[in-house]
Design a protein around this ligand. Structure first.
Ligand code: ATP
Length: 237
């Protein structure tokens, strides 16, 4: 299987405080890798490190080329899309305006129009609310908008930070079903950070368990799902 993202010995720092201590992980082309772990384990930090919004050492390789010294904007151009924790939508802008912001690295108008149709195909409720301010949307719709905005950057790899956070189970199920379609129909690889380990291990093919900024366990998602320690600590069974 072709490796799309290859992270080696990743260390990350908030000022003088080290948060990651040598993380290795991979995402295959068209694959789904999930990062699970307790609060403060370093999941969010790992995504920030990959998009380049925090100081790091180590190798971050996308499609065979190192990106770890590139500015965030150049990583976006190479195909990394980020849906940050807290969603990061602009509440005072309309749905349309938020989506347009997702295209800031692109000039290809016909492809942008096609991607907009595709996004509204996935999330018809956003199409009905195009002119509504993002701040007036429900939590689930705002998460859908955040995912859509990242998709408008035409990513090859989508980094998703806790898409289930604060949402009702039915809405979470809807969003996970659409993530599966985005992956299967568009071949977009996903690196998913989740507190809800059961859902995440169900969706992913590969999984990484972080503890205190280090990889405690990694391998096929099915292996982690059946691991006694993971089941006790993270799956409650
Ligand atoms: P959560 O689910 O709570 O977000 P997480 O696994 O995503 O947990 P991180 O947010 O990546 O964990 O945090 C990893 C470590 O980095 C923690 O010790 C945390 O206190 C620290 N940290 C996170 N953000 C900052 C920041 N902005 N400044 C300083 N330290 C930070």
């Amino acid at each position: 299987m072709t490796i799309l993202l290859d992270v080696n010995d990743l260390q990350a720092f908030y000022g003088g405080t080290q948060a990651l201590f040598g993380i290795d992980l991979t995402v295959t082309a068209g694959g789904i890798t999930t990062i699970i772990g307790a609060n403060g384990a370093g999941k969010t930090t790992t995504l920030r490190a990959i998009c380049g919004t925090i100081r790091t050492t180590g190798d971050i390789v996308l499609s065979g080329a190192r990106v770890d010294r590139l500015a965030t904007e150049d990583r976006v151009r190479r195909g990394i899309g980020h849906v940050p924790d807290g969603r990061g939508t602009f509440t005072d802008l309309s749905v349309d305006e938020n989506l347009r912001l997702g295209t800031w690295t692109r000039r290809d108008a016909p492809a942008i129009a096609r991607d907009l149709d595709r996004v509204f195909g996935y999330f018809p409720r956003l199409a009905e609310r195009r002119r509504q301010m993002a701040g007036t949307l429900s939590g689930g719709e705002q998460q859908m908008l955040a995912i859509s905005r990242a998709l408008m950057g035409a990513p090859r790899l989508l980094l998703l930070d806790e898409p289930s956070f604060g949402l009702a189970p039915l809405v979470v199920a809807e969003i996970f079903a659409i993530m599966r379609r985005i992956n299967a129909e568009d071949g977009i690889a996903i690196l998913l950070v989740e507190q809800n380990a059961a859902l995440a291990l169900d969706l992913a093919d590969t999984a990484v368990l972080l503890e205190n900024g280090r990889v405690a366990l990694s391998g096929p998602a099915a292996m982690l799902r059946n691991d006694d320690g993971v089941r006790r600590a993270y799956l409650g069974n």
